[in-house]
Design a protein around this ligand. Structure first.
Ligand code: NAP
Ligand code: G4F
Length: 323
């Protein structure tokens, strides 16, 4: 019998790659989608899988819609990827971020507990919870110190997942994922903003690139590799929490260099530092230790930052070329 999975956030970057992975494994895939005034399924169309998913309408802020989706699908696995995921926006919409990214997790856990207790649960936790880092390399035992309303909301989501596991013996796991990117990354995030700009500048459609703090450092991996770790977590006998990262950190400045050099340009000729893109509180550096994921899940990142940025610039050159 083939398995079934429900993915919240299926129209997002990770949701699209995860849906593709699960469909390839023969799963029946349900996508929990919030109603929007315009179409948000460009990623699913780009991967050619939109017609293979059964969509259930709902919003993580609306517990009744979450309950209905769990009752309808009774899935073997739930991947809770839906979130207001842009850190900068979380200062402008702190309450929405708290409701969706924090309480929304409880809505899903509670619906599983009441209506489908055998369902396994994955929570999309984040390295943003480490914030003002308390150890040079962050792992599962590093104390958290979030630096944004997003990080604070996600910390609630993380701990309620641990709490439901411990209180109700649920198979609930939390993936503490470090930044992961792809050609399907939203345009507001720094890697994609850069690769889109590189393509536009190269093709004569843009003159400059405005950024904020380019001294920030991130541990960047490829989203396609990271969704495999999510799936592996739910295949374990015991639920647990795992850091998923590459173990390499790079500044925004060096990432810029890689992207512009790929099209034989110098980023310094186009970069404008713009105060608009600085944040009220910054996460200066993140560097994850994926040893536990390697040892227990057999998971390894397969894509270097240079390969990732090259893939993204090439995809954006194609897109911009077609406009
Ligand atoms: P993303 O591209 O921004 O996707 C977010 C998804 O959540 C979209 O499908 C969005 O739907 C959906 N969503 C937003 N608000 C919702 C609501 N109220 N109810 C139901 N769905 C809602 O994010 P991503 O990069 O794929 O990340 C996936 C998850 O991993 C997120 O929870 C994120 O916080 C977390 N995470 C991401 C990273 C990373 O580096 N990418 C690292 C650690 C953790 P619409 O398309 O309709 O807006
Ligand atoms: O690409 P970013 O917006 O990602 P950020 O804030 O690290 O968050 C992402 O990763 C988290 C995991 O650690 C996820 F939980 C979260 O959902 C999201 O996927 O910014 C990266 C860095 C920051 O330090 C930011 O200040 O780039 C810096 N930056 C500099 N100029 C900029 C810009 N970021 C953006 N988005 N836009 C700029 O113009």
């Amino acid at each position: 019998m083939s398995k079934s999975a429900l993915i919240t956030g299926v129209t997002g970057q990770d949701g699209a790659y995860l849906a593709q992975l699960l469909l390839d494994k023969g799963y029946k895939v349900y996508g929990f989608v919030a109603r929007r005034s315009s179409d948000t399924s460009w990623r699913l169309r780009e991967l050619g899988i939109q017609g293979d998913i059964e969509f259930l309408e709902g919003d993580l802020a609306d517990a009744s819609s979450v309950q209905r989706a769990i009752l309808t699908a009774k899935p073997d696995e739930v991947y809770n990827l839906g979130a207001q995921s842009f850190v900068a926006t979380s200062w402008n919409q702190p309450i929405t971020t708290g409701v969706v990214d924090g309480l929304g997790v409880t809505h899903v856990l509670e619906a599983i507990r009441q209506f489908s207790p055998e369902t396994r649960f994955y929570q999309a936790s984040t390295s943003e919870m480490f914030g003002l880092i308390q150890a040079e390399m962050q792992d599962e035992s590093t104390p958290f110190y979030p630096r944004s309303p997003y990080g604070v909301a996600k910390l609630y989501g993380h701990w309620i997942t641990v709490n439901y596991r411990e209180s109700f013996n649920m198979h609930a796991s939390s993936g503490i994922l470090f930044n992961h990117e792809s050609p399907l990354r939203g345009i507001e995030f720094v890697t994609r903003k850069v690769t889109d700009a590189v393509a536009r500048i190269k093709l004569g459609k843009q003159k400059e690139l405005r950024l904020g703090n380019i001294d920030a450092k991130r541990d960047w991996g490829f989203a396609g590799d990271y969704v495999e770790a999510m799936w592996l977590m739910l295949q374990q006998d015991q639920p647990d929490d795992f850091v998923v990262a590459t173990g390499v950190t790079t500044s925004v400045r060096d990432m810029l260099k890689i992207a512009f050099e790929h099209v034989e340009l110098n980023y310094e000729d186009f970069l404008v530092i713009d105060p608009e893109f600085f944040r009220p509180a910054e996460v200066d550096i993140l560097l994850g230790n994926p040893a536990k994921a390697r040892n227990k899940l057999g998971w390894e990142p397969k894509t270097s930052l240079k390969e990732l940025i090259t893939m993204m610039v090439e995809a954006d050159l194609k897109r911009v070329g077609k406009e």
